[in-house]
Design a protein around this ligand. Sequence first.
Ligand SMILES: *[C@@H]1O[C@H](CO)[C@@H](O)[C@H](O)[C@H]1NC(C)=O
Ligand SMILES: *[C@@H]1O[C@H](CO)[C@@H](O)[C@H](O)[C@H]1NC(C)=O
Ligand SMILES: *[C@@H]1O[C@H](CO)[C@@H](O)[C@H](O)[C@H]1NC(C)=O
Ligand SMILES: *[C@@H]1O[C@H](CO)[C@@H](O)[C@H](O)[C@H]1NC(C)=O
Ligand SMILES: *[C@@H]1O[C@H](CO)[C@@H](O)[C@H](O)[C@H]1NC(C)=O
Ligand SMILES: *[C@@H]1O[C@H](CO)[C@@H](O)[C@H](O)[C@H]1NC(C)=O
Ligand SMILES: *[C@@H]1O[C@H](CO)[C@@H](O)[C@H](O)[C@H]1NC(C)=O
Ligand SMILES: [Zn+2]
Ligand SMILES: [Zn+2]
Length: 622
Amino acid sequence: MKLLSRSIWLGCIFAAVRACDDHGPEARDGHSHTHNTRAIPSAPLTPPSRALEWGDINIIHTTDSHGWLLGHQKSSFPEPNYSGDFGDFASFVQHMKELSIQKNVDLLLVDSGDLHDGTGLSDGFPAGGVDAHDANKFFEQLPYDVLAIGNHELYDYVNALDMHQNFVPKFAGRYLSSNVNITIPDKHGKPTSVPVGSRFAKFKTRKGRKVTSLGVLFDFTGNAQNTTVQKVEDMVKEQWFAQAIKDEPDFFLLVGHMPIARDNWPLVFNAIRAIHPTTPILILGGHTHIRDCLQLDGRSMSLESGRYMETVGWLTAKLDKRGSKKNITFSRRYLDPNRITYGYHTGRYSPFFDTTQGKQITQGLKQLSKNFDLDFQFGTAPHDFTLSRSPYPSNDSLLTLFIENAIPVALAVNNTRSSTPNIMITNSGSQRFDVYAGPFTKNDQLTASPFADAFLYIPNVPLGIAKQVLPTLNNEGAEERRSLLEEREKTEYGLGYVDRRYKAWLEDMDRRNMIEGRDTDHTKNLTLGYVTKDACPGVGDDTPHMPLPFYSSPDFIGSQPPNLPDDAPVDLVFVDFIQSQLIPVLNTLQKDKVYANSDVASYSPILANAALGLYAQSAWSK
Ligand SMILES: *[C@@H]1O[C@H](CO)[C@@H](O)[C@H](O)[C@H]1NC(C)=O
Ligand SMILES: *[C@@H]1O[C@H](CO)[C@@H](O)[C@H](O)[C@H]1NC(C)=O
Ligand SMILES: *[C@@H]1O[C@H](CO)[C@@H](O)[C@H](O)[C@H]1NC(C)=O
Ligand SMILES: *[C@@H]1O[C@H](CO)[C@@H](O)[C@H](O)[C@H]1NC(C)=O
Ligand SMILES: *[C@@H]1O[C@H](CO)[C@@H](O)[C@H](O)[C@H]1NC(C)=O
Ligand SMILES: *[C@@H]1O[C@H](CO)[C@@H](O)[C@H](O)[C@H]1NC(C)=O
Ligand SMILES: *[C@@H]1O[C@H](CO)[C@@H](O)[C@H](O)[C@H]1NC(C)=O
Ligand SMILES: [Zn+2]
Ligand SMILES: [Zn+2]
């Protein structure tokens, strides 16, 4: 990302909020903001709504950070809300630690996994590097008490090995992988399966409270060879598990890369409750990228804290006497990670906010970005292109941009086939993150469109048949296919796809807002962001927002068919990722020919993850 742009708009926001008493990063690195091009937001800016509640046990929770350590740097809403970088976060944590000492309570820092895959900082490494290896060094500098492994640590063996060899040792037994092993050679070169981190941890808090902690991964099936994920139902039957939970601690701290609802936490919870009916159990989950909270009983609370450093979770508990059966007083909050939030809750503002370590981390992240050349600019996006905030198809849809504009331009480069009429099809999951107005950089390309899928084609498909492939793939209205669909969704869930749950969450907040009235919110001048309704008492969001508009999109997207007669032969172009779904569809649509993999040829050497950059270079640069 163009790092300078961060100071440009921060200057603006901060000026609007608190008469510029905090200049954001430019106070640190000396940039002036004379190059200020950002329009002043039309809505007045809203700080957090109220002070945090503190308990005896207080937890700061991160999850699914996916390399977003430089924070969200774009000026389009709601990105500024998530603009705090990991250096800002480190300063926040240190001030919160000091506050906890003043208040004479415990403060723990916990992470639920998925450190890999998401931005240039994790994925933009030069050839020969390992994903997130460098970004993880910044994680190591924070005083994490417990961390758990995520599925994104396990898609590639080298990533899991890097965690095991280089990351895990930095956390002295507190990086947990209760049900995840890696196979490595032992002293004699013999392959041996060992936990990636530790299976559990027992430790004492600063105030001397005894904690038993586990780190559980959901039943993930997409893991690399030579890594092992044990099903949660099998894990709770293990001897080591029984042994680990046998003695009663002051509380159980269950951290894991598993959604707090509609997954297997109850298996772990019930196994503990069978032995310890009243011991407090705190659950910090993740993976579906949503904000969520629920209570499995009155002496337990479960929290899930979003994704991409768009949320920092806060969970507190007022502990009572051991053996008490009364409900425990809990609180939870979803913080928008930015310097306004951090200042509000610590009472520290620039120049007293940034710690030495915080400044070093910010500097280090910027240097890493430079080393990876993440600021390399392909062009300037004329406006925002979003995944679900604009209808598909529409000019503001990233999916439309990709399939109607970017792919045709990118695949025509050096391609003799490009003069043959075609229909191009891909899966909508091929795009991961919105493209925002302004510089479109290497980092933005890695963030928005990370998948290195190849383009294939089948020549001479009659247009009339080719036209029907997309709607058939999308399976419009086919009732009889419903159970098949459910089966597919289950398989995809096992492989780690979370978009369905995340989008359902967005859709729900948008729908509720329609019913409750967007206008009421407008009059309160709220900024766009997440509006969480969970199953815990009180309001969870730290800063009130108006929900983002939500539009659903089909699973598959395609280019406009050429304007030709139905019997005209066209190239049917598609990404390799969908080949196994596409060929059977083609064979149900016509009987003249039985298509097979041997009819498929390579269409272009350009991979899907290069398309937006090539397009930006041709259409968005001057
Ligand atoms: C969220 O972002 C908006 C827009 O930039 C800003 O006004 C608001 O203060 C932010 N919220 C917090 C808690 O900083
Ligand atoms: C898995 O480990 C075994 C034993 O070390 C090795 O022979 C094999 O090549 C590994 N497979 C992969 C895909 O890494
Ligand atoms: C994980 O590693 C431990 C220790 O080597 C071993 O006892 C256990 O069987 C392994 N678990 C799985 C599921 O492979
Ligand atoms: C205790 O908490 C449980 C679970 O949240 C709730 O169902 C129950 O009503 C609470 N009991 C009291 C007395 O508040
Ligand atoms: C969408 O973009 C096209 C091409 O730039 C333009 O002709 C059309 O007017 C735009 N549609 C809308 C609704 O803005
Ligand atoms: C297209 O071909 C030219 C000449 O061979 C080459 O320099 C250029 O890099 C190619 N473009 C792409 C995107 O591969
Ligand atoms: C909301 O914005 C309007 C102008 O757009 C302003 O007149 C009004 O005072 C604002 N209300 C609040 C509560 O800030
Ligand atoms: Zn994730
Ligand atoms: Zn995950």
